[in-house]
Design a protein around this ligand. Structure first.
Ligand SMILES: C[S@@+](CC[C@H](N)C(=O)[O-])C[C@H]1O[C@@H](n2cnc3c(N)ncnc32)[C@H](O)[C@@H]1O
Length: 506
């Protein structure tokens, strides 16, 4: 498989693993929908602790690297070559020879984290234009797997302009689509079923009895069909034969699966057709009954950039954000992706004006779904635009900021407060938030599944054990050292965790 190489690649392929966990600090709200203010690299890393393999649908709209965006590569990669880029605005094609390398270094670890967050039946949609589409395709093939490439969906962003380079107006961009593994999209179709007196309670539909094969290709299906009831004859079309053979005709006819003109007055047909029973359709399709394949052709209702701008104007009364996507586009994508799972989680890690939040809120309203969203935006307008938009379209959410890193270059962050440390210890063991501290038993972090978790300052000895008041089935005790014998520990179900050696990294 072709592999894309770029400056800095060897330094970023595992960069997502070097990032420390941080707590997402809830600032307000009680909704399961999340809006996170902060760099998505850090936020996604933290989300892994709670959402690995749980996200059904990701939509992202990263900077396109047009040379006009003023985006800055800011990741803390410890490499001299890359360090020269950090904190500098990425330039245009003529002035910045590394602009594509920078973009790829920025995207690579984020895509890796997004891949880990996706559920097996999940999907990612990535908006992109010709500036980076080809590069993105290659790194996505590497990260998501070439076989999981679903398609490049062309999206018409504008009506043609005349003052354009080379005299061709570039009116389309793409939504690159990759499945994690077992993703199935679909759209609802309204199939017409008939109920007739000869088959009460057994609705049926008609379908063509012909096939796109020629007489030469399918000689057995090239014959005249004769209506056994009246002898009327229907010759086959040499360019489009029947989809049955002379031999199978009788079998289908006996099962009432072939309808001739005149069988039902309400059917306006001039040739025989096939009959399918609704019960068979239901059995065959299972949860996909009533659905058909979605298409890479986006219906015009998804709108263009101008529709996105109009939405923003309507919501804020001013052009509060440049080039937002129309929410109808994202709603369409999420709609086809979650047609059979309207309770799933949708993630947008480059949230911008919060269009994805609006799309989820409105899609839920439309189909009574209860999808949840997670939006991440690094800029300060995360509160004033991203969150405010969701608020104004009637969505609820909890708002988060990024906490401090727990580790710095593999060592515990020395600036962590005692409370942060206690919280992390309990969380790293139980994946649960620490309960409020009980002043009468301040060493107790919390109890989970019948096990009490304690933190002692230095040595675990009998003195410290005497401070334990709450009885439990077992005791996980963090301390710097332990002078209680293994035998005694076993006897009282005490599990010693040496600080910092045994602190789990999540
Ligand atoms: C093209 S805009 C997305 C627009 C969005 N789809 C909409 O309809 O409003 C890209 C957004 O990603 C944000 N962004 C860029 N780098 C980021 C990062 N590292 N972490 C979080 N957000 C980032 C930018 O601030 C910008 O708001």
């Amino acid at each position: 498989m072709p592999n894309l190489n770029f400056v800095g690649k060897s330094k970023v392929v595992n960069h997502h693993r070097e990032i420390s966990f941080r707590f997402l600090e809830k600032k307000y709200g009680s909704s399961e929908n999340m809006i996170i203010h902060g760099d998505n690299l850090l936020a996604l890393r933290s989300l892994l602790a709670t959402h690995r393999g749980k996200i059904k649908c990701i939509y992202i709209d990263p900077p396109y690297n047009t040379g006009n965006e003023g985006w800055i590569y800011n990741d803390n990669v410890n490499d001299p070559e890359i360090k020269t880029w950090i904190g500098k605005v990425v330039g245009d094609e003529e002035t910045d020879l590394n602009r594509h390398d920078k973009w790829l270094c920025m995207m690579y670890p984020r895509l890796r984290l997004l891949h880990e967050l996706l559920s097996d039946d999940g999907v990612i949609f990535i908006s992109i234009d010709d500036n980076e589409q080809a590069n993105l395709k290659l790194i996505c093939d590497e990260i998501f797997g070439r076989i999981n490439f679903v398609g490049a969906i062309p999206w018409r962003k504008r009506v043609s302009k005349s003052d354009v380079p080379h005299g061709i107006s570039q009116d389309f961009e793409y939504v690159m689509c990759y499945a994690k593994k077992d993703f199935q999209a679909g759209r609802r179709i309204d199939r017409k079923y008939f109920e007739s007196e000869d088959f009460p309670g057994r609705p049926w539909r008609t379908a063509t009895l012909t096939k796109q094969t020629t007489a030469a290709e399918r000689p057995n299906s090239f014959f005249s069909l004769i209506n056994p009831k009246n002898g009327d004859e229907y010759p086959a079309n040499p360019n489009r034969t029947w989809c049955i053979t002379k031999e199978t005709f009788q079998q289908y006819y006996d099962q009432d699966k072939i309808i001739f003109p005149g069988d039902y007055d309400f059917l306006k047909i001039s040739k025989p057709v096939m009959r399918y029973w609704k019960s068979d359709d239901e059995k065959k399709a299972g949860i996909n009954f009533g659905l058909t394949a979605a298409s890479t052709y986006l219906p015009p209702e998804v709108g263009m950039t101008q529709n996105g701008t109009k939405e923003i104007m309507e919501i804020f009364g001013e052009k509060a954000f440049n080039f937002p996507k129309p929410s109808t586009l994202i709603r369409h994508l999420i709609g086809i992706a979650t047609i059979t799972s309207p309770n799933s989680i949708i993630l947008d890690a480059f949230a911008g004006s919060g269009t994805t939040g609006q799309a989820v809120v409105e899609l839920n309203r439309e189909d009574q779904g209860s999808r949840k969203f997670i939006l991440i935006e690094s800029m300060d307008y995360c509160e004033s635009i991203t969150a405010e938009r969701v608020r104004r379209v009637g969505g609820d959410f909890s708002f988060y900021e990024l906490g401090d890193p727990i580790f710095i270059e593999d060592q515990l962050n020395p600036d962590l407060s005692r409370d942060q440390f206690r919280r992390y210890l309990f969380y790293s063991e139980t994946k649960k938030e620490i309960p409020p501290m009980n002043p009468d038993e301040s060493t107790l972090l919390g109890i989970h599944d019948g096990i009490a978790y304690h933190l002692f300052d230095s040595v675990l000895d009998f003195n410290s054990l005497n401070q334990i008041k709450t009885r439990s089935n077992g005791y996980v005790i963090f301390a710097e050292s332990c002078i209680i014998s293994q035998e005694t520990r076993d006897q009282f179900k005490i599990y010693f965790r040496k600080i910092p050696r045994d602190i789990r990294k999540i």
